[in-house]
Write a new protein. Structure first.
Length: 337
């Protein structure tokens, strides 16, 4: 943290010194011409050599007004009456706080920090879990992981959450003979009829292409939320796999802690009240947990420039916090996870 702060302050100091020198020793007309020439040069380089690091960093700044988020921020800034307001009135203005909130939540550095905090907890949870010994039921939370094969799509496609299907299939190949319990719900955002509305059918098809035999897939339908999935899986285990002592849970890293806690709580009545041991296996990590010398490098200025994807990641992380609070208030979370 101190290293990062030192780097930021040093860059600010270098920028200020450069600006001061240019202002003192270079005429204003030349100064303006140099700035325009630099801008044109960067645009030309961005067109012919977009793979250059310097050009990429500069273009991420210059292209900001041409993106929806950047354009919206510039519009807000253009109507904000900075010159007509005292410092106190600026702080009282709601537009000011809206702009500040957008700038903070859409910065890649903020998105990475939020996700890193959640994923550190999940990493510790996975490390403390027992190893997978022998074939165990694999519960795959597969809601919104696929897109149906409807025109113009020529095949079933994976969404951003679809990497968990490949991971569940890999776990199955490592432990042949396991059952894969797919928890998903009906599609409500597409007008389809009959079985095509059930996402578990598409998931079953894709798992088959990844090496999981269709007969090893068990459906847990009407699972639109994590709690619904836990209730549906409890019914499946009670009816089809009684006596299960452990199961592997596959979902995204961001929601894994809430999912593992919910399943532990919901399945605690099985096996005469002894419950089932949940072995978490997460995928879809955003951050890098420092292992084997690997770490994510903070990049200036790119990690501070507003990004739609960063805003999306930050929103997901904040939403997960609210969902965890809601699950806690409903009594759906276990105290032992």
């Amino acid at each position: 943290m101190y290293e990062l702060l030192t780097q930021v302050l040093l860059w600010l100091l270098i920028g200020y010194v450069a600006w001061f020198v240019l202002k003192q020793f270079i005429p204003e007309k030349v100064y303006t011409f140099l700035g325009f020439a630099l801008l044109v040069a960067l645009i030309v380089l961005a067109f012919f050599r977009p793979d250059q690091d310097v050009v990429s960093e500069a273009w991420s700044i210059l292209s900001l007004p041409f993106r929806p988020l950047g354009f919206a921020l510039l519009l807000l800034l253009s109507v904000f009456p900075f010159k007509e307001m005292t410092q106190w009135k600026v702080l009282q203005n709601r537009v000011f706080w809206a702009i500040l909130l957008l700038l903070l939540t859409s910065a890649p550095a903020t998105a990475y920090w939020f996700n890193e905090q959640a994923e550190q907890e999940v990493t510790a949870l996975i490390r403390s879990a027992p190893a997978i010994n022998g074939p165990l039921p694999i519960v795959l939370l597969a809601q919104d992981t696929t897109r149906p094969r409807i025109a113009p799509r020529q095949d079933i496609e994976l969404t951003e959450r679809g990497d968990r299907l490949r991971y569940a299939a890999r776990l199955y190949r490592e432990q042949p003979g396991s059952s894969v319990i797919v928890a998903a719900a009906r599609r409500t955002n597409v007008s389809l009829e009959g079985e095509r509305r059930e996402e578990v059918n598409d998931v079953r098809t894709l798992l088959g292409t990844f090496g999981v035999p269709p007969e090893r897939v068990i459906e847990a339908r009407r699972s639109s939320t994590i709690h619904d999935s836990a209730v549906a899986v409890e019914k499946v285990i009670s009816e089809q796999i009684p006596g299960t002592q452990e199961l592997v849970l596959v979902t995204s890293a961001l929601e894994m802690h809430r999912a593992a806690s919910t399943f532990t709580q919901e399945l605690q009545q099985l096996n005469n009240g002894n419950g089932i041991k949940i072995i978490p296996r997460a995928t879809g990590f955003v951050s890098i947990q420092e292992e084997d010398g690997a770490r994510r490098r903070f990049r200036l200025p790119k990690d501070l420039i507003p990004s739609e994807h960063a805003l999306y990641l930050t929103s997901l992380a904040i939403q997960e916090q609210f969902l965890s609070v809601y699950y806690f208030l409903r009594g759906w979370l276990s105290s032992v996870v």
